[in-house]
Design a protein around this ligand. Structure first.
Ligand SMILES: [Fe+2]
Length: 307
């Protein structure tokens, strides 16, 4: 069993014009009305939240309704067909399988159509490793996300967290990367790959729902350029820029009319079967080494002042 990527995110939304403007401003390419893509061909689709073609919502308001994962070949679908057939909402579409996860999110698995992306990424010069010679570091006017990297879901309670972890690990082949005691678990879709493709989180006073979805960009400069561009276009920052010690990633989260936040991120840890999952306390320090709350002001290029 091996999932190889996130193929699509399908949202039920309330404001079509704002949602499409947000997706375009975020740097996603417009494919057709209601559909956008990243550079590697992953799709973001928006539907009216009452559209009858959408599966049930796991929270009120605009939110993610279906998450689509890819496998390499049609034959790779087979083990999932067996594992998922008794799940609520199971549908066998021939070249895709679908069911509901125990948190109420609809999960689809399909043959991947993601495309490799060749990009020139100027290296970072570090002590003892000077690889960018006679060439300045880039400044980006806006981000162009390469692909979709992960989603973060809230759960109702710790039992729900455990059940959800078991579903993704036992039925879909996910691997635990790290764990916050009595709080959350980071899962990756394959033993070899980025630190997490899912983070499942229990917060006090917050029931199940979407926290954010995250898009890979080239480097730290594109995280910053993307965040500043979104600010220039009057979208509000949830938190960012900043850095997560738990995955090493630089991040910038922008509040999204599609539900939750959209994150630009880069430089996450790349893991193998040799990685030993860590267990740690969820704290300010373990979540953020540093972060700017509310973003950066476009005119002053300093931390945004709150009124
Ligand atoms: Fe994230």
């Amino acid at each position: 069993m091996s999932l190889i990527g996130i193929e699509a995110l399908e949202f039920g939304i309330e404001d079509l014009a704002a949602s499409e403007q947000f997706a375009a401003d975020f740097g996603l390419m417009h494919v057709r009305p209601g559909e956008f893509r990243t550079q590697n061909g992953a799709r973001v689709r928006v539907f009216d939240k009452d559209d009858s073609s959408l599966p049930p919502a796991f929270e009120p308001g605009p939110t993610l309704r279906r998450m689509v994962w890819g496998v390499a070949t049609q034959a790779d679908l087979e083990p999932y067909r067996e594992n998922l057939r008794d799940r609520p909402g199971f549908r066998d579409l021939g070249d895709a399988l679908e069911c509901q996860d125990p948190n109420g999110m609809t999960v689809r698995i399909t043959v991947s159509t993601l495309e490799p992306v060749a990009l020139t990424v100027p290296p970072i010069n570090q002590y003892g490793d000077m690889r960018r010679i006679d060439e300045p570091s880039p400044v980006y006017d806006q981000a162009e996300p390469v692909g979709i990297g992960h989603a973060v879901f809230f759960v109702d309670d710790l039992d729900g967290l455990e059940t959800l972890e078991r579903f993704y690990c036992d039925q879909l082949g996910f691997v635990v990367s790290d764990r916050y005691i009595d709080r959350g678990v980071f899962l990756r879709m394959d033993a070899r790959g980025g630190h997490h493709n899912l983070f499942l989180l229990k917060l006090p006073h917050r029931g199940r729902g979407l926290n954010h979805v995250a898009f890979t960009v080239r480097d730290i400069h594109e995280v910053i350029g993307g965040g500043i561009a979104m600010t220039r276009k009057h979208w509000s920052t949830f938190i960012g820029p900043g850095r997560h010690p738990v995955s090493s990633a630089y991040f910038w989260y922008v509040n999204s009319p599609l539900g939750g936040a959209f994150e630009y991120y880069t430089n996450e840890d790349s893991l193998t079967e040799n990685w030993q999952a860590r267990t740690m306390h969820h704290s300010l320090e373990s979540f953020t080494e540093w972060a700017i709350e509310g973003g950066i002001d476009v005119d002053t290029r300093r931390q945004k002042k709150t009124a």
